[in-house]
Design a protein around this ligand. Structure first.
Ligand code: SME
Length: 158
């Protein structure tokens, strides 16, 4: 396992970045670009937004494009996190029958919902090439990012 990042420091860096951006596309791209650099264990970072019964990939950073640009909420680990409105941490994707494969190198995955005042707005999805890469600290950090992001997305004009 690589050196752990300072999540406290990363959170204090991302907060002004979130507040400065006025356009949703640039905001979401800025967030995934930032998160991708936070930990060497984060191999792919995406943000999906909920559109009816589908999750639509709005921004991503990583070495490969995914073919899962749209995911029905009935499918995958991503769908589960959106349906349940809760964090889904999969330490070993090969052991989870709900997992939809995007990249052959992925070993673990963390999905954190972006919860608005009226329900799920979307989610932050992170794949790692390391087994069991995501710990309690990762979850707490990404929940804090998702919380800030939800407030900003809700304050933006549609
Ligand atoms: N693995 C996800 C699909 C999204 S890709 O990881 C980018 C899932 O099981 O829903």
């Amino acid at each position: 396992m690589s050196t752990r990042p300072s999540f406290q420091e990363a959170l204090s860096q991302i907060t002004p970045l979130l507040q400065a951006e006025k356009h949703p596309e640039a905001l979401l791209q800025g967030v995934v670009d930032f998160l991708f650099e936070v930990s060497p264990d984060y191999s792919w970072v995406g943000i999906y937004l909920l559109d009816g019964e589908e999750l639509v990939l709005a921004a991503w950073q990583g070495h490969e494009v995914t073919e899962h640009a749209r995911i029905p909420v009935s499918r995958g680990v991503c769908g589960l996190a959106a349906r349940a409105g809760m964090v889904v941490n999969v330490p070993d994707v090969s052991e989870d029958p709900r997992y939809l494969m995007c990249f052959p190198s992925t070993r673990s995955e963390l999905v954190v919902p972006i919860l608005g005042s009226g329900g799920v707005l979307g989610e932050i999805d992170i794949d790692s090439d390391e087994l069991a890469a995501f710990r309690q600290e990762d979850e707490a950090f990404l929940k804090a990012v998702a919380e800030r992001l939800a407030k900003i997305l809700e304050s933006m004009p549609p």
